[in-house]
Design a protein around this ligand. Sequence first.
Ligand SMILES: Cc1ncc(COP(=O)(O)O)c(C=O)c1O
Length: 347
Amino acid sequence: MHFSSDNASGVAPEIMAALARANEGPAWAYGRDAITGRLDALYSDLFERDVRVFPLATGTAANALILASLTPPWGAVFCEQMSHINVDEGGAPEFYSNGAKLIPVSGRHGRIDVAGLEGAFAALPRGDVHHVLPKVLSLTQATESGTVYSLEDVGVLCDRAHKEGLHVHMDGARFANAVAHLNCTPADVTWKAGVDALSFGATKNGAMAAEAAIFFDPSLAEQFEARRMRGGHLFSKMRFLSAQLEAYVTDDLWLRLAAHANGQAQGLVGIVEETAGVDLVHPVESDEIFVRFEDKAAISRLRDSDVSFVPWDPAAGVIRLVASFQTTDEEVRQFRAALHSAVGDQA
Ligand SMILES: Cc1ncc(COP(=O)(O)O)c(C=O)c1O
């Protein structure tokens, strides 16, 4: 029962097969290969407008390099307080942007709301040389709390940010899970709602290591290639990143994998809801589940019964479980018995 992370999963067979095909013979290096050459058109179809796509191997690089493209060093990036860019990227966004300032905005269940954003804007006075300039709003979709912004939420936040002269970045490390949950098109929840650039994740949902920086306004991408090179993220054998990104969206693979992960997460939700002594910290709208235990000792009993998870907030008795495209029905069934036995519920 491996619920520590969706990154604990392996590689989807369709993507492994695409890697094997890409391995047949030599190809031009540094993105001049045929597969990379097809990506802009493929993703433009997917997003229903002309986009620029840049393959990368990590989500941190996608976030940091996009943010650096959207703000000068003296700019501010507004983001949810627990967002990955704020707490989990070792200062990469600040480093790649040459010191732009991240301004954490309080959120509920991982989502920024307009009132919180207004408060953060108000706390940063304009027209005073002592302050950084507001430049970017970054939204995580799905959020780090396992929730999802609705289309309306994204639209309202983007409108407010654009009125303030900001660009909007979306951290989509779990974008597929969000789109599968919303049952919308990828265009609906990005540029149609006002998003300017997207970190499009694939690694957590079936790729070996592949993410893409996607720009909906090509003019914002003009310096991206130079940044990627200078930042050490230009892959010489780029065809292997591109082959993953191509297979990932072919025949809706990405959405099928994400729907499976989300569905297995709902299986875990059902088990938590029927069990006394545990409850859900956040609504579960993607593949991540945060569970609070009344009796903290039950957490170690759960670990002893061969369930892998992250002890998210030990003081509060909260753990994180993450389902993935590979989570089996059997794992979910076994989890029920393990949880019941850990909390002493023999039902
Ligand atoms: C929301 C979010 N954004 C970005 C990332 C970064 O991905 P990577 O670990 O590939 O740098 C993660 C990884 O956990 C994430 O959860």
